[in-house]
Write a protein that binds this ligand. Structure first.
Ligand SMILES: Cc1cc2nc3c(=O)[nH]c(=O)nc-3n(C[C@H](O)[C@H](O)[C@H](O)COP(=O)(O)OP(=O)(O)OC[C@H]3O[C@@H](n4cnc5c(N)ncnc54)[C@H](O)[C@@H]3O)c2cc1C
Length: 418
């Protein structure tokens, strides 16, 4: 029995069923949502960024990177590409390294997965929300439907219930209650990952630049100024503050730092690759050219003007008139401007969950629970979150494959599962 028919649950079902063809074993997939696979459908702006050209454990945060590496290696990117190709879903690589279906439609991906579970005879029931799970005296499980007296018994149970991001999709954290009822713990902190950030009043002017984007480097810094994480990518100013991949990637690191250091902050380098000395030197060699002309070559004009305004510098003045103090202040701002972040936009606007069931509570060779015999955990319910770019789905495919193949082996041989 697999609870959760998202990416990880579907993948687990497919590989378990493939390994059990011809046996009497029955695979049931339950999902509480009215529509199955919502996250696959909305992913990548409706195009579904299935994976990334280069995936390794350094693109993930949360629990042990060794464990993440071991699981990713069991089902790597070439195998993922081949798996989807065999289901009729050709993937194409974009300049950023992200892989999308050639159809540019997430529906292709979901339909292929659903088609395969149907072909393999997996029973999919939805909406069938699991409200409780208990052990049976025989060592199996009884899974109880929420707000109903329906129940199903099973020998092996997989929790593929996801995290808390986009709760209206059905992944609202209910799976954590099931996991803890069966003996698991949860990480001390759980917070939204890959989430846009709301600026505080002191940085409100950034929200006034809504619609402007720039290629930047975002540093997550401790209150004492130590750089904790760095991301170079695009940033987007929005009506509430900041979004775009560089900010979304940084968001979980800021939240993590703030759990013990409330002064942790973001710094934006508007000219990635430039140093303070380089920019200060360039500003001193301006001559009669207006400051704005130089800035405009490097930044959107509205942003350039706003940066000058925050420093009380007239952008129209010739560079040669810029005094040392404002010149240095401008150089500092261009290469490492602190941003005052009020909070993130919460799980409703997040793409992933940081935290979850600790990785040391599963066996990475099989995804079997170390806390509860017969239980398996896959996907985002675990303490793993990847960067933007297809890494979260790759975790779902790899962990689902690992569990599915191991489940098939365990179900085929009762001794092996004992
Ligand atoms: C807007 C958005 C865009 C994204 N885009 C991408 C992208 O392009 N590329 C990428 O790699 N990642 C992307 N992600 C992240 C990715 O979607 C997730 O990491 C991935 O879907 C996690 O898979 P999962 O199967 O573990 O969980 P989920 O996909 O969350 O599936 C869990 C399922 O369990 C069900 N469930 C939960 N509790 C219960 C219960 N008690 N009973 C029964 N069923 C239950 C839910 O209804 C849900 O269907 C995106 C996420 C969001 C929110």
């Amino acid at each position: 029995m697999i609870v959760g028919a998202g990416a990880a649950g579907l993948m687990t079902a497919i590989w378990a069923a493939r390994g059990l063809v011809g046996s009497d074993a029955k695979i049931v997939l339950l999902d509480g949502a009215k529509t199955v696979g919502v996250k696959i459908l909305v992913a990548g702006g409706g195009r579904c960024n299935v994976t990334h050209h280069e995936v390794d454990e350094r693109q993930y945060a949360g629990g042990s990177r060794n464990t993440v590496r071991n699981v990713l290696r069991r089902f790597d990117v070439p195998r993922t590409v081949a798996f989807f190709a065999a289901l009729g879903v050709e993937l194409k690589r974009e300049q950023t390294g992200k892989l999308f279906p050639v159809t540019d439609s997430a529906r292709t991906v979901l339909d292929a997965l659903l088609g395969e579970i149907t072909r393999l005879g997996v029973t999919l029931r939805y909406p069938w929300r699991v409200g409780a799970v208990e052990r049976t005296p025989g060592g199996g499980f009884v899974v109880r439907r929420q707000e109903s007296d329906q129940a199903i018994e099973c020998r092996h149970l997989v929790l593929a219930t996801g995290g808390m991001a986009l709760p209206k999709s059905g992944s609202d954290g209910g799976g954590y209650t099931l996991a803890t009822a069966l003996g698991h713990t949860l990480t001390e902190h759980m917070y939204p990952a890959l989430v846009p950030l709301v600026v505080a009043d002191a940085s409100r002017w950034l929200a006034d630049l809504s619609g402007i984007s720039a290629h930047v480097r975002v540093d997550v810094c401790s209150g004492a100024g130590k750089r904790l994480a760095t991301f170079e990518n695009d940033l987007l100013c929005t009506h509430f503050g900041l979004s775009g991949p560089a900010v979304m990637d940084a968001s979980r690191w800021l939240s993590e730092a703030r759990t013990h250091d409330p002064d942790a902050t973001l710094r934006i380098c508007w000219l990635p690759g430039e140093t303070f000395e380089g920019v200060d030197g360039a500003l001193t060699r301006f001559g009669a050219r207006p400051l704005l002309a130089w800035l405009r070559e490097r930044l959107p004009e509205r942003l350039a003007r706003a940066l000058c305004q925050t420093l009380d510098i007239d952008p129209a003045q010739p560079g040669s008139r810029l005094k040392k103090e404002p010149r240095r202040a401008l150089a500092h701002t261009l290469v490492g401007m602190p941003v005052h972040i009020a909070h993130d936009r919460g799980f409703t606007h997040a793409e992933a969950t940081a935290g979850g069931v600790p990785l040391n509570e599963i066996d990475p060779r099989t995804m079997r629970s170390r806390a509860c015999e017969g239980l398996w955990l896959v996907g985002e319910i675990l303490d793993v979150d990847g960067r933007i770019g297809g890494f979260n789905f790759q975790w779902a495919w790899s962990s689902g494959y690992t569990a599915g193949t191991a489940l098939a082996a365990a179900s085929a041989s009762p001794q092996a599962s004992a």
